[in-house]
Design a protein around this ligand. Structure first.
Ligand code: MCA
Ligand code: AMP
Length: 513
């Protein structure tokens, strides 16, 4: 059970068919598979083998896909990294994971070189040319591969295929170790649930460095033998044009993407012809009732909402039959996924009551890389605690609704932000006594990151922009506060704990803290 091998088998059945049309340039399944094999040969000659971690911080391009599947073919583990991560974030991921090969582009490397050259045992390959101090060129290495190499797919179901970093409550990111079995079982479940076939054409506008864009959209489509029309970057105008021009049948987005698509739709006099379209799928963040209905009124399509996590892949999905898609509900557990809603003491809630969603099944990851303590805390008797709060509707066959989170997580435009990571940066500033980072409701991004800061007494006041600039040095842009408020005190409860709900309510309603 090796994901790359399964995908190679699909390719062998469809050699002449376009697998991916990237920015208008088609790549057939045959050509795709040959490239994966060539990349695998390159990795093999570079000494990359079973269990080695290969970090990939590349723009959205075909090379990303070839490299990722080549890693899995030689038994190595892909660490996909957000292209917006700053050098110190990248340095942490490489050193924490014990990465042996880092593949990036020259521009990003130039920014991060200072930190990365200091890491022992990390070799760097650059997409566009070699570096000054021993970094090699990916293309040169590819032109050098010996003939006759054949993939042997040494990794099996229980071997790691990917390590995906997710932020943590302490501010230290955790690497979720995802096995081939996790990927394959979830891919097969989605294949059935969404009745994916070789006739499908998926418009792909998501980043490749997350589970949504890579595992769900890309693996799923390549397994089905369908075609991906891939855009390098999401743009709502191009997306509608492309859906029509390419006769697309599938689309996947986060709510912010649907929000922007609606804005564009409403501006247009001539609406796109969507006759070929089968399903618009949304996930990664809650889809609002109003957007669900606005989209249906405008386009005639009911968005199919599904629920997932990096650690578990996809958990639940609304049904393929539009009559069984409901606003605010993420549907029913996928085949092979066990789900229960638990009280704080771990007992089942009463039917219809809110509790924490617990998950079990072949889709659930193996644990956090090098963090046995964190892994143990996340599991109870084999169940993974999602940190999401929800209930199952007993009147509707156990349909799942998510209503909030037990974890302190902000989701902005489908990206996760843990407040602690930002608070750690702010509190390292000499003028800051304490800080609280919260998520405020936002029409476009769902939530936006906002910081509230108490300055130390006796130090000269520091303007809010300075704190935003400070965050931008250390953290990817999407994590940086959109607004910073300087206040005299933070509201606390009797135990002295900061009342973040109160901060959110006050800021939302424009009241003093
Ligand atoms: C970009 N910016 C953001 C976000 N995206 N800020 C907050 N939240 C965001 N999501 C910043 C940019 O860095 C820039 O900052 C400024 O906002 C303007 O960027 P803009 O050009 O408007 O943004 P964009 O490049 O068009 O991106 C918006 C986007 C993108 C297309 C909605 O965020 C996106 O692709 N989101 C999808 C994320 C995703 O795939 N999540 C799946 C995770 P500055 O000007 O300061 O530089 S996987 C997952 O959650 C689980 C498994 C699941 O269930 O799927
Ligand atoms: P990540 O860690 O990026 O994989 O994000 C996983 C989290 O995204 C989940 O724990 C949920 O809180 C959230 N999420 C994903 N899909 C949905 C959805 N359809 N509705 C609400 N929240 C979602």
């Amino acid at each position: 059970m090796n994901l790359a091998r399964l995908l190679s088998e699909t390719a062998a059945r469809n050699p002449g068919k376009p697998a991916v049309v990237f920015e208008g340039t088609p790549c057939t399944y045959g050509a795709f598979d040959r490239e994966v094999e060539r990349y695998a040969a390159m990795l093999h000659t570079a000494g990359v083998g079973k269990g080695d971690r290969v970090a990939v911080q590349l723009p959205k391009r075909m090379e990303f896909l070839f490299l990722h599947l080549a890693n899995l073919s030689v038994g190595a583990v892909t660490l996909p990294l957000n292209t917006d991560y700053r050098p110190e974030e990248v340095e942490y991921f490489l050193s924490d994971s014990g990465t042996s090969l880092f593949v990036t582009d020259a521009e990003r490397f130039a920014r991060a070189a200072g930190s990365i050259r200091g890491l022992r045992g990390v070799r760097t390959l650059l997409l566009d040319g070699g570096g000054g101090a021993g970094e090699e060129s990916l293309f040169e290495r590819l032109s050098d591969v010996p003939a006759g190499f054949r993939r042997s797919w040494p990794a099996g179901g229980d071997d790691p295929a990917m390590i995906c970093y997710t932020s943590g409550t302490t501010g230290r990111s955790k690497g979720a170790v995802i096995t081939h079995r996790n990927l394959v079982s979830n891919m097969l479940a989605l294949h059935d649930a969404w009745e994916w076939t070789g006739n499908d054409v998926l418009l792909h506008v998501l980043p490749l460095f997350h589970v949504h864009g890579l595992n769900v959209a890309t693996h799923g489509s390549l397994y089905a033998g369908s075609t991906i029309v891939m855009h390098g970057k999401f743009d709502p105008e191009r997306a509608w044009d492309s859906l029509e021009a390419n006769g697309c049948t599938l689309f996947m987005g986060v709510p912010t993407i649907y929000q922007r698509m609606m804005g564009e739709w409403e501006k247009r006099e001539r609406k796109p012809d969507l006759r070929g379209m089968r399903i618009f799928i949304s996930g990664s963040a809650p889809l609002s009732d109003s957007l669900f209905h606005r989209f249906e009124r405008s386009t005639g399509f009911r968005i199919l909402e599904r629920y997932g996590m990096t650690e578990t892949g996809m958990i639940a999905s609304n049904r393929i039959d539009p009559a069984h898609r409901k606003a605010k509900s993420v549907g029913y557990p996928l085949a092979g996924v066990d789900l229960r809603v638990a009280r704080e003491d771990g007992a089942d809630v009463r039917p219809g009551e809110v509790g924490e969603v617990w998950i079990r099944g072949d889709n659930v990851f193996r644990g956090y890389w090098g963090m046995p303590g964190k892994t143990a805390e996340s599991f109870v008797d084999g169940w993974f605690r999602s940190g999401d709060l929800g209930f199952l509707d007993p009147e509707d066959g156990g349909r799942l609704y998510l209503v909030g989170r037990a974890k302190e997580l902000i989701i902005t435009g489908g990206y996760n932000v843990y407040p602690k990571e930002i608070e750690n940066i702010l509190e390292a500033h000499e003028a800051v006594k304490e800080s609280a980072v919260v998520g405020l409701p936002d029409e476009e991004f769902g939530e936006k990151v906002v910081a509230v800061i108490v300055q130390k007494e006796g130090v000269a006041p520091v303007p809010p922009e300075t704190f935003v600039a400070l965050c931008k040095i250390h953290l990817a842009s999407y994590k940086c506060p959109r607004q910073v408020f300087i206040v005299r005190d933070l509201p606390r409860n009797a135990m002295g704990k900061i009342r973040k709900n109160r901060i959110v309510e006050s800021l939302r309603d424009g009241k003093p803290l």
